[in-house]
Design a protein around this ligand. Structure first.
Ligand SMILES: [Zn+2]
Length: 577
């Protein structure tokens, strides 16, 4: 296969025990001393054995280890940014003999491989943390892992049995297997995309930009251990498969699992991710902002800049550096700061936690942000978590207006209904109407007002859980009661959008459409909110509209835009523009 890229260091390592020799290998390992590997070490063992981490043939000895920490090279000068190590307790270190094979097992005792112990050395965990992660903070998941492991490191050449029924078996292609697929397709320029997340539109855009200038694309998601809050690999693979099936050319795309654990080492790990991809036959590696980063430990461009420390010949793989991409409403397309002149306010940019929040609440992500097929899979995954036993039809949510009398709540509620009615069933629970029918007889004491609001909230939830958009337009003056309505709705998975119709009291008194303020100020109406009763404005409403100084169209557009961003009114963005 002469057209394929050279493996890192020149030789594709193979330390896998062939199936035909597995039985003899197991028998030979039975009398050996054993070491138990954790998930990351088992992942590293597989990477080394399959040649993914060529030229490594085993866990690092002291010379390579020190060299990697100090200068991102193996002792022989080959570029290598991460120390792959096997840590053992003091007792284990004392027990195993140098120069002899030792069995490597997982926590359940399954034989994973053997190592011929060449050396046992010790590390300084804080020095390793500083070199690799550039911090000693335990809040960094890589540092936390490192400091929890023993300091004795066993080095030596390994051999490994591959798991017989590995997760993602269908997509688990060894470097040799992936190279063969690439060769079959005749690709010379091969783009590789590393990810540990579901692919949203922004990253789909990156991968397709890469595919525009290469022969083929390998989507190569990491399936080893990640942080607890990353989406599990099984779920991600369902989403990748759905995406590839519908939106990628099958003859120009391959999906394969990359069985490494995440270290969150930022720039060093970005370099590692790129170098090992050579061994899989990849020639061009996509490096986005803050690749393999976590928290704020690394600058957003450092993962791209690290490649500049080495010559192209030393690297042997071309980094494809991309800026952050997003959907820009003004461009009406996916873009980046390199291609879009508009301010960040035009960007449809949802954080990972916001995405989870929306999906958990049963909401839809805007299709410009996430393909509906992917959103559905993520929602099902998140929805599997217990959140109450209320049965719900999809699509319903609550728009909760609050504001003083005369601030325009009813008018805006009707306008929002008119926009949404084209795509959903919508009902308005108007304050005055509710008091006529649902809450007849209630007065305006704090207690009666709260009862009124709880009744409105109850009906709104009934509607929303049956797929109806419920818009409430009552003064709802008390923050605590509104918060209670929100909490109950969200516990039932119903999205709750609070809209504050903000208008200055003196403007309302001047306007006084119904003549109520005049009467209230004259003492003819008791308990009048804003005059003789309190109004507690919301501290963090989803939308604020300033009805005393903006046109209703402007207020309406702000509300509909928010609903569209939340994926609650996908078709309405243009209607409101
Ligand atoms: Zn733009």
């Amino acid at each position: 296969m002469p057209s394929l890229v050279q493996p890192h260091g020149g030789t594709l390592i193979d330390r896998v025990v062939p199936p035909s020799e597995a039985e003899a290998f197991r028998a030979a390992a039975r009398p050996l001393e054993s070491l138990v590997l954790d998930a990351r070490e088992l992942a590293d063992l597989e990477l080394i054995a399959t040649g993914a981490t060529s030229p490594l043939t085993g866990f690092l000895g002291s010379a390579d280890y020190e060299s990697v920490l100090a200068r991102m090279r193996l002792a022989d000068g080959t570029v290598w940014p991460l120390p792959l190590t096997l840590a053992v307790s003091d007792e284990d270190a004392a027990r195993i003999a140098r120069g002899a094979p030792v069995a490597l097992r997982d926590a359940s005792g399954r034989l994973a491989g053997t190592i011929v112990v060449r050396e046992v050395h010790r590390r300084d965990p804080l020095a390793e943390a500083r070199a690799v992660y550039r911090t000693e903070e335990r809040a960094h998941p890589g540092v936390a892992y490192l400091l929890a492991r023993p300091v004795n490191l066993v080095a030596g050449e390994i051999r490994a049995l591959l798991p017989e029924e590995p997760p993602f078996a269908r997509h688990r292609l060894s470097p040799r297997q992936l190279r063969a697929r690439i060769a079959e397709r005749g690709w010379t320029r091969v783009a590789g995309f590393q990810t540990r997340n579901p692919i949203h539109r922004a990253h789909e855009h990156l991968t397709k930009l890469a595919l525009e200038v290469t022969d083929g694309l390998v989507i190569h998601p990491l399936v080893g251990e990640t942080k607890g809050d990353d989406v599990p690999a099984e779920v991600r693979f369902r989403a990748y498969e759905a995406l590839l099936e519908r939106y990628y050319p099958p003859d120009r795309t391959l999906l394969a699992a990359f069985p490494a654990a995440m270290r969150y080492a930022g720039p060093r790990e970005a370099l590692f991710h790129a170098l090992v991809r050579k061994n899989y036959g990849i020639t061009h590696f996509i490096v986005g902002r803050d690749h393999a980063g976590v928290g704020r430990y690394y600058g957003p461009l450092e993962a791209q800049q690290i490649f500049e420390k080495f010559t192209p010949a030393e690297l042997g793989i071309t980094p494809l550096r991309f800026d952050a991409t997003f959907f820009c409403r003004a461009c009406d397309m996916l873009a980046s700061p390199r291609t879009c002149p508009h301010p960040p306010s035009e960007r449809l940019d949802l954080s990972g936690s916001r995405v989870r929040e929306i999906l958990r609440a049963g909401g839809n992500l805007p299709s410009e942000f996430t393909r509906p097929e992917v959103a559905e899979i993520l929602r099902t995954h998140l929805g599997a978590k217990p959140k109450g036993r209320v049965l719900r039809r999809p699509g319903g949510f609550i728009v909760w207006f609050t504001g003083l009398s005369g601030a325009g709540k009813s008018t805006l509620a009707e306008r929002v209904r008119d926009v949404l009615a084209a795509e959903r069933a919508v009902e308005i629970l108007d304050g005055d109407e509710v008091r006529t029918h649902l809450s007849k007889g209630l007065g305006f004491s704090r207690e009666d007002r709260d009862t009124n609001i709880r009744r409105i909230g109850f009906v709104a939830r009934l509607l929303a859980r049956n797929g109806v958009v419920a818009i409430t337009a009552a003064i709802s003056p008390y923050a605590e009661t509104r918060a209670e309505m929100r909490r109950i709705a969200e516990e039932e998975g119903i999205p709750f959008v609070e809209v504050y119709a903000d208008a200055a009291l003196d403007a309302l008194i001047r306007r006084d459409v119904k003549g109520l303020y005049r009467k209230a100020l004259a003492g003819e109406i008791a308990h009048f909110t804003g005059v003789s009763d309190p109004y507690e404005p919301p501290l963090a409403p989803e939308v604020v509209v300033h009805t005393d100084r903006e046109e209703p169209e402007t207020s309406l557009a702000a509300i509909v835009r928010f609903l569209a961003e939340r994926g609650l009114a996908a078709a309405s963005r243009k209607a409101a523009a």
